[in-house]
Design a protein around this ligand. Structure first.
Ligand code: ADP
Length: 583
């Protein structure tokens, strides 16, 4: 727990002072809570000594009443201070995670079920983490404070009974530590299967359309069912081994009072203990052992919070793509790949590739599926770094261009358009948050969106739904083009849609693109024959990590290379599909 606390305070330093105030408040609350006990002892002493009068009893009762009122007051105030600390911590941690993953290479987001783990971290696990300053730490104050305070005072009354009081604590602590170790082992597995279950649940929900279309809902559910069962098993594994030592811990503490009672009775009978001290010990023994029982609850809660802390630490330890020491903005917008080599893990995708995308021209990337076209656009945006060689924009190595400047220079229009569950207005404004309403509407007009937007019941204020699912594919694509138009970046990386949209939408998308690409450097992953033929330059990837040919449509058709073969097969397919349609 010490390490967890150190980490929390390291990440959110302003928590330190606030936490000290909370702990101090809890100490005051504990002291006030203990005063009635002292008053009780004073009343008993007065009764035994025969000095009790009606006035003293009324006086003591008055003190007890005031203490009760003060106790409620301090409890209320410390709750008011401690609960916001949890939300402060979780909010700051979520922001830190958000800020950090923004700088991580795309590679980190892929391959593992990062989305689901992050989702479970920032929602479920963060709720447990926020219990640390709100509840777990404050609840530990009485655990240590009450026994320590009482043990300072009781040995003066009778050291033998005081020894008996503490005798049960060491074995109890031993069992406690054993229980904690047993829990710790199991909790690792539990948090892994929780992440898997969250990932499978998300996949099951998000993939429902495909599962239904291909009648795989049953098998999809089987997978989810198996991960839920695994989570159930791992949850039991994390709890059951700790039950016996936990039970032994409580039993040891429970033995404390009977032990003291036996000792006190024996000492009283042999005459070495006064009745007054006898009663004080019997009264106070549970006040030493009961707070220690809370250790179990607090540490149990901490166990649930710990995997979240480990996950936060792992994320924050991920190294972001290094930012350049000397910031250099590109001078111009020609893109140059020079002997670039890149692999995903061990799989080489680009092998010593060199080519130039001239400024202000249209360059089409063509080649077999999986040849690395998308990878090339992602490397330009520096979602990854090349393994060797360089990629430069305007004569500057992309590694030397700060991420912000690089992104300001690029607009990426993907096939798979991501729209946020927000208004159409905000989804377009995403391209340039500082843009005014007029600019946004102009961008929408140039992207041929304005008309369909105005046809919607709430116009620009219409919420697009999760991932934009209240709009058609063509409409989503045009909104993403409007975004790019608004951003007005000099370089555009465009992945042309392969999925066929209806002819009207297709024409509108083409018109929207024409509005976007005017006098820009455009690198387009081209699928349409008309785009390819009109490109200034065509780069043909060979599908083996290299470039087969470069040229324009005319020059490439003159050589008997891959492009010509590719073109012929595309033409055949195209004429075949036209014939099919006209039947
Ligand atoms: P293209 O756009 O030409 O179809 P891509 O650039 O998308 O090809 O992918 C090239 C190859 O790299 C493909 O075989 C693909 O499976 C693989 N690939 C793409 N992204 C990743 C990734 N994040 N991790 C591992 N392999 C990947």
């Amino acid at each position: 727990m010490r390490q967890g606390l150190k980490m929390i305070l390291g990440l959110v330093p302003e928590l330190k002072q606030k936490l000290l105030v909370v702990l101090l408040g809890k100490i005051i609350e504990t002291i006030i809570g203990a005063v009635p006990l002292v008053v009780l002892i004073a009343i008993m002493t007065a009764l035994f000594k025969g000095t009790a009068t009606t006035e003293t009893i009324i006086f003591y009762s008055g003190i007890m009443l005031v203490c009760a009122l003060l106790y409620w007051g301090t409890t209320f105030v410390s709750l008011r201070i401690s609960w916001p600390l949890g939300t402060l911590l979780s909010t700051r941690m979520r922001l830190l995670i958000g800020e950090h993953i923004r700088k991580l290479p795309m590679g980190w987001f892929q391959g593992r079920s990062t989305g689901a783990s992050l989702n479970s971290l920032v929602s479920d696990e963060m709720q447990m983490i926020q219990m640390i300053p709100s509840y777990i730490l404050p609840s530990l104050v009485p655990v240590f404070f009450i026994p320590a305070a009482l043990l300072l005072f009781l040995p003066w009354l009778d050291w033998r009974l005081s020894l008996m009081l503490v005798a049960v604590i060491p074995p109890a602590i031993l069992f406690f530590v054993r229980g904690q170790k047993a829990h710790a082992k199991g909790f690792n597995g539990r948090s892994k299967s929780l992440a898997r279950m969250t990932s499978d649940t998300l996949e099951y929900i998000q993939g429902m359309e495909a599962l239904k279309a291909f009648q795989h809902v049953g098998s999809g559910f089987k997978r989810l069912d198996s991960s839920m069962r695994q989570f159930h098993k791992d949850s039991l594994k994390s709890i059951i081994p700790g039950i016996t030592p936990g039970f032994a811990f409580l039993t040891c503490l429970d033995l404390g009072t009977p032990l003291v009672l036996t000792g006190a009775t024996l000492f009283y009978l042999e005459g070495s203990l006064s009745l007054e001290t006898f009663l004080i010990f019997i009264l106070l023994a549970p006040r030493i052992h009961d707070p220690l029982r809370q250790l179990l609850g607090a540490s149990g809660m901490y166990r649930f919070a710990e995997p979240g802390l480990v996950a936060v630490k792992e994320i924050l330890e991920q190294k972001p793509l290094p930012e350049p020491h000397i910031e250099k903005a590109p001078e111009g917008h020609e893109i140059k790949f020079k002997n670039a080599t890149f692999s995903y893990h061990d799989r080489k995708i680009l092998d010593n590739v060199s080519f130039t995308v001239p400024e202000g021209k249209i360059t089409a990337l063509v080649g077999p599926s999986g040849a690395g076209k998308t990878t090339i656009t992602n490397l330009i945006a520096r979602f990854w770094n090349v393994d060797s060689g360089t990629i430069s924009i305007g004569g500057r190595d992309v590694k030397q261009i700060p991420q912000k400047i690089l992104m300001d220079n690029l607009s990426m229009v993907f096939q798979d358009v991501y729209l946020f569950n927000d208004t159409i207005y905000n989804n377009i404004a995403f391209g340039a948050p500082e843009a005014g309403r007029e600019e946004i509407i102009n961008a929408a007009k140039t992207a041929y969106c304005h008309e369909f937007i105005m046809g919607l019941p709430e116009g620009y204020d219409t919420i697009v739904g999760e991932r934009g699912d209240r709009l058609s594919g063509g409409e989503r694509q045009r909104i993403s083009i409007a975004r790019a138009i608004l951003k007005d970046a000099p370089v555009i990386l465009l992945d042309e849609a392969t999925a066929s949209v209806d002819p009207e939408n297709e024409a509108l998308i083409q018109a929207a693109l024409a509005g976007l690409v005017q006098s820009k450097t455009l690198l387009i992953i081209a699928h349409r024959l008309s785009t390819i033929t009109s490109a200034d330059q065509i780069i043909v990837l060979d599908g083996k990590g290299g470039i087969a040919e470069t040229g324009n449509h005319q020059t490439l058709m003159q050589s008997e290379g891959l492009y010509k073969r590719f073109w012929k097969s595309r033409e055949k397919a195209e004429s075949w599909s036209i014939k099919e349609k006209s039947k």
